[in-house]
Design a protein around this ligand. Structure first.
Ligand code: PMP
Length: 454
């Protein structure tokens, strides 16, 4: 049987990890996660961890769902694979498209299936450009996104995203994609009130449309709240102003709900939470709770009509678009969410409790701000609370906190010195208490370690 050290050695030798500095990883060693149940993970040494990140924001129904295993196994026996090209289709993909259309906002009734969130955003780019071509406005091609957005890792996905570190590698963004400032009040709002800053950040969209000419702008892409960027929730003034601007210039809205979809905010989609009427919604992650990879794009009727009736062949698609096994996993995952009333439970019970308990952490001397909606939140670690002043980024206070969380049996992720949390939607109130207690211990230890830098 493989021992911990032989596995670690083979891992370092052969496995290039995503978003990882392999050299540092080799020096620090890897943590091998071996099994999971409910909201808990166990590493190979038997250490139990509360998964405050639901994997990578995806395991919405929690781990160990036998009924998803059974649905997948049954589908694998019956039809493990077939495509939906060349006049073919199959029951799981049909049923899933219909189910998602029923859950989506009323004006959205079609789905294009992909294998991931990145592929969903690549699909969006091609679909909006094709749409404007068919509408006789072929110059409407540019897509406006935001700094520090995350829309995936493929060439289009990383270009649509606004991560400067990603743009530096591989000569990105590709032409036709531009970025405006993000609505990050805590980090960039200065002396403005959140409301005034939200308006200012939204008006950057109008300025950019005017600069480019509205006849050249196809779409605005945004996460309802930025996830990987640090759980950045726009001030209340932001989305209403964006809506006004998009309507004025006839610019499409691509809402990237790869994280927010399937219940995270206490609504099926955050479009509902923020009262938005998107033209396209990117989905993945919570669609299958990560049990099997799958993504998709939910399409508004005005776009679908054109793609269906005027496009001829839409020359786009993936071998695994609508994969029957992934579709079976998604259908069972959605059935669980419906049956256990998880969306309603998050809205009325878990999220209010989670958010109120988290606010207690705002009292901590290391914590500058706690913000969140539904079952997602951020904790800003700062040197000086009143000045919103951060530690020197070279110190890596966020990484310390992340590592100390692990020592206390909790997975929280750090984005710089912002700690982010997004547990499975199934987390119980007692498990929320456990998460908070572990977080406090990690914050105390991090604070003690930071004292020399205060
Ligand atoms: N969009 C958003 C908002 C995401 O958070 C992610 C992944 N974290 C993606 C797109 C890309 O999804 P994937 O990793 O499945 O390609």
């Amino acid at each position: 049987m493989a021992t911990l050290s032989t596995l670690q050695q083979a891992d370092i030798q052969h496995f290039i990890h995503p978003f990882t500095d392999s050299k540092t990883l080799g020096e620090k060693g890897t943590r091998i996660i071996e099994r999971a149940e409910g909201v808990y993970l166990w590493d190979i040494e038997g250490r139990k961890l509360l998964d405050g990140m639901a994997g990578l924001w995806c395991v919405n129904v929690g781990y160990g769902r036998q009924s998803i295993v059974d649905a997948v196994s049954k589908q694998m026996q019956q039809l493990p694979y077939y495509n939906s090209f060349f006049q073919c289709t199959h029951p799981p993909a049909i049923e899933l498209a219909k189910t998602i259309a029923e859950l989506a906002p009323a004006h959205m009734n079609c789905v294009f299936f992909t294998g991931s969130g990145s592929e969903s955003n690549d699909t969006n780019l091609r679909m909006v450009r094709r749409y404007w071509d068919l509408k006789g406005q072929p110059t409407k091609k540019t897509i406006i996104s935001r700094d520090n957005a995350y829309h995936g890792s493929t060439v289009a996905g990383a270009s649509l995203g606004g991560m400067s570190g990603m743009h530096k590698q591989g000569d990105l963004p590709i032409p036709g994609i531009v970025h405006i400032a993000q609505p990050y009040w805590y980090g960039e709002g200065g002396d403005l009130t959140p409301e005034a800053f939200g308006l200012q950040a939204a008006q950057a969209l109008e300025a950019k449309i005017l600069e480019l000419g509205e006849e050249n702008v196809a779409a605005f892409i945004a996460e309802p709240f930025q996830g990987a960027g640090g759980v950045i929730i726009p001030p209340s003034t932001y989305w209403p102003e964006i809506k006004r601007i998009l309507a004025k210039y006839d610019v499409l809205l691509i809402l990237d709900e790869v994280i927010s979809g399937f219940g995270r905010t206490g609504c099926w989609f955050a479009a509902e939470y923020f009262d938005l009427k998107p033209d396209l919604i990117s989905i993945a992650k919570g669609m299958t709770s990560g049990y099997v990879p799958m993504g998709g794009v939910i399409i508004a009727d005005r776009i679908a009509e054109v793609i269906k009736n005027q496009c001829g062949e839409f020359t786009h698609g993936y071998t695994y678009s609508g994969h029957p096994v992934a579709a079976a996993a998604a259908l069972e995952n959605i059935r669980i969410i419906v049956q256990e009333k998880l969306v309603e439970k998050v809205a009325t019970e878990t999220a209010p409790y989670f958010q109120s308990r988290l606010q207690q952490l705002a009292e901590h001397p290391l914590v500058g701000e706690v913000r969140g909606i539904g079952l997602v939140a951020a904790i800003e670690l700062v040197k000086d609370k009143s000045l919103r002043q951060r530690f020197n980024s070279d110190i890596g206070v966020g990484t310390w906190c992340r590592d100390l969380c692990i020592e206390h049996g909790l997975v929280m992720r750090s984005v710089g010195d912002t700690m982010i949390i997004s547990p499975p939607l199934t987390i119980s109130l007692a498990q929320v208490d456990e998460l908070i207690e572990k977080a406090i211990k990690a914050l105390n230890d991090t604070y003690a370690k930071c004292m020399v830098y205060k």
